[in-house]
Write a protein that binds this ligand. Structure first.
Ligand code: HEM
Length: 513
């Protein structure tokens, strides 16, 4: 460690405790008093050790000088707020805290955050504490180094342009189906939050893109209903035991249900492709690819392994996509001049034919819509940070080394709100992406919405296109009105960012002349 400092922790010696007056333990006999003194001495010694270790690891970094015994900042991590995050980030480029004796270093600058993401020999993603329990420790996302690179090379084939073209057709159909249902549910009613309907739409889209018709409708409904338990367990550090009644336990049960259905999808897809069916979803695409004579890689994926991969995609997508979509709606409805431009582009590219399904080729011709999505994700990045873990002492700067086995958390928010790169950073301004020479476009290193390095989001194009497609469809099908409440501009953090009131929209069918 390069950080050296003198540590002044509270020191409680056993001797001092033995000298405490016996009146402190009035109920104690001589023998039991000795027991009490010894136990108290050990406890106080452990607490002192905890503080000493925390202060030693923290070195000169900003952060609380003492950590709350045992739990540290557990309460804050259970109810995270942007204000608390900002306070932590603003305290320094690197700052320290501790939760349940997990020592955590947060980085707030673009350079430190990128360094963490791009230093696989020192740090690897650990996601949140509950992720391993929910996803299964054997899930591919926990692979590192060459094993991770090799596995990901196969999965990259599921997000080629050809594959995304197939998924766009599915997204279009599912979006229209859900919007028809939204209309029925909202008939004669005023503004309603779009939070939960958007989550259902996203889950249905994901499951149909990933599994096609290899699972029944009631399975997508069941997975959707239960999935909220997974979202709720995604706190930075949870209660450490997954015992009945805890959030992590409930999430694990929900994951089991999803995994059973996903294994069925894998089984059915294998059978369909073996019979010569054309790929109609992501698993089909995968099974088709590995059955080709010129394919050289692994082809012995079990149903369980396929299901784990698909579950990792659901896990990575559901909350981030929902947040991205809801803020996409909110940004557009609050900027009618920008929504009008989106509509103009839709009219031009689709030549007024809004019944024809969207295709990847049509989506390519919508640069304004793409800029809208990119900007919306910048202003409110669904993922504000990703927890990593140091596998060995990590000399992150000339003045500080993050100890081995610490959590180290790169923040994306500050990079995305850097006023030098994004003037008036809180302003929703898609135009900043339309000029190739703008500071936004010439500083791509700041655009950390998708992370960076070996674990950068595998589904960047797929996710961006999906959000764009849903917004475009809603823009041409509905007139939107936002019921602004005192909570509309307050941010709720439930794994990702959401407007606290769920974005209350009144949608009425739009008539085209
Ligand atoms: C708006 C939507 C999304 C956002 C903002 C987002 C963002 C991210 C971020 C920040 C990371 C971590 C990157 C890093 O550690 O450097 C990540 C990883 C990942 N994302 Fe996404 N994501 C989104 C949608 C999706 C979707 C739809 C899928 C799947 C279909 C997906 C699959 C993954 C996977 C598998 C990883 C882990 C990659 C690896 O470890 O190699 N994401 N995403």
């Amino acid at each position: 460690m390069t950080n050296s400092m003198s540590v002044s922790a509270p020191v409680a010696t056993a001797e001092a405790l033995y000298n405490l007056p016996a009146t402190l333990f009035p109920f104690a006999t001589d023998k039991s008093a000795t027991w009490w003194y010894t136990t108290a001495a050990i406890l106080l010694g452990l607490l002192a050790l905890e503080q000493t270790v925390y202060r030693y690891k923290k070195g000169h970094l900003p952060g609380d000088p003492w950590t709350i015994p045992i739990i540290g900042k557990f309460a804050d991590s259970m109810k995270p707020t942007m204000e608390n995050y900002m306070k932590q980030w603003n305290s320094g480029a690197l700052s320290a805290l501790s939760v349940f004796n997990i020592f955590i270093v947060m980085s707030s600058t673009t350079d430190y955050s990128r360094k963490i993401l791009n230093s696989p020999t020192y740090a690897e993603p650990c996601l949140v504490y509950s992720a391993k329990v929910i996803l299964n420790p054997r899930n591919w996302v926990f692979l590192t180094g060459k094993e991770h690179v090799d596995y990901r090379r196969v999965l990259n084939l599921l997000f080629t342009r050809k594959a995304i073209g197939l998924y766009v057709g599915i997204e279009d159909a599912i979006t229209r189906k859900h919007f028809a249902q939204w209309m029925k549910d909202r008939e004669g009613k005023g503004a309603m939050p779009i939070m939960m309907p958007s989550r259902y739409l996203n889950m249905d889209t994901s499951l149909r893109v990933f599994c096609g018709d290899h699972i029944p409708d009631h399975a997508t409904k069941e997975i959707s209903d239960k999935y909220w338990a997974v979202t709720q367990a995604l706190e930075l550090v949870n209660f450490p035991f997954a015992i009945p009644g805890t959030k992590v336990y409930k999430a694990k049960q929900a994951a089991k249900v999803a995994m059973d259905w996903l294994e069925l999808a894998a089984h059915n897809s294998k059978a369909a492709i073996a019979k010569g069916a054309e790929p109609a979803c992501l698993i089909d695409e995968w099974m088709y690819l590995i059955s080709q004579p010129d394919y050289k890689g692994r082809n012995d994926f079990s149903d369980h392994e396929i299901a784990m991969v698909v579950f990792s995609f659901l896990f990575a997508s559901q909350d981030a996509m929902s947040s991205g979509l809801i803020y996409g709606f909110q940004h557009l409805v609050d900027h009618p001049e920008i929504l009008a431009k989106v509509r103009e582009e839709q009219e031009r590219v689709r030549q007024g034919n809004f019944e024809a399904p969207l295709t990847l080729e049509l989506m390519d011709q919508m640069p304004y819509l793409q800029a809208v999505v990119k900007e919306s994700l910048r202003v409110k990045p669904p993922v504000t940070m990703v927890p990593y873990k140091t596998t060995k002492a990590f000399p992150i700067s000339d003045h500080y080394t993050v100890p081995a086995n610490s959590m180290v958390i790169p923040s994306f928010y500050n990079a995305l709100h850097d006023a030098d790169v994004f003037p008036r950073p809180d302003r929703f301004d898609p135009d900043r992406w339309l000029d190739p020479n703008s500071s936004a476009n010439t500083n791509p290193k700041n655009y950390l919405v998708w992370g960076s390095g070996p674990h950068r989001c595998i589904a960047v194009e797929y996710a961006s296109i999906n959000i764009a497609l849903v917004l475009a469809t809603a823009a041409v099908m509905f007139d939107w009105e936002h019921e602004i409440t005192p909570l509309s501009n307050e941010v709720e953090i439930i794994a990702t960012l959401f407007p606290k009131d769920g974005c209350k929209l009144k949608l009425t069918p739009r008539t085209h002349t």
